[in-house]
Design a binder for this molecule. Sequence first.
Ligand code: ZN
Length: 242
Amino acid sequence: MVCALDGHALLALWEGALAQPDALRGDAVLRHACDEDTTALSLGERNLRLGALHARLFGRGLDLLSHCPACGTVAQFSGDCAALLDDSRTAQGEAPHRIDADGWVLSFRLPGPMDVQSAAARGDGDEFARHLLERCVLACAHDGEPCAPHDLPLALLDRLSQRIEALDPAACVSFALACPQCATRWDARLDLGGLLWRKVQAAAERLLLDIDTLARNYGWSESEVIALSPTRRAAYVQMAAP
Ligand SMILES: [Zn+2]
């Protein structure tokens, strides 16, 4: 895996993202590499930008692993981030969106990365989902009486979840897999922000190791090592190996 950035830009990107909490490092990579603030983006719009940045820095191909939820067998699969996240999956319409059903009227917006971070701090599973949806409700009323998002019945929250999914189709990137051992089927969800961060981290750490090796053996500075072409750097690292 080769990163398309030059060494100085790669290390600056890695250093900037490392200073952020783990869950926001993908957003930090996007901010540093593209000057793009993700806080106002929907999850789908964020994924489209993360996919485009992955294609630019590391290529379109995704080689992924997931574990079968029934027997733990590792399933290997691959994808194409540009094809997964093409423009046909752009979020639809502008907030506020509206649901009018069974005496309930609610207006809502699409969830973004800060909503996920807040909901994750409140719990997981149903608690996470409920908190995430409630954060996206801008106003709600039942039979004309205003109410709090916390009062919304489960059926309406399900409906809200379905509407959000339809309006922001790139919000969830998942792969339908079947276990080669026990034939269990599951959806493997892809965390593109986490994936992009791990690739930046791996490429930066490999470069730092090369700089360390060549600085110790030849006395070269960080800038002198970075100025070498990747081929020459690899050759010197090989010669410096004990
Ligand atoms: Zn299995």
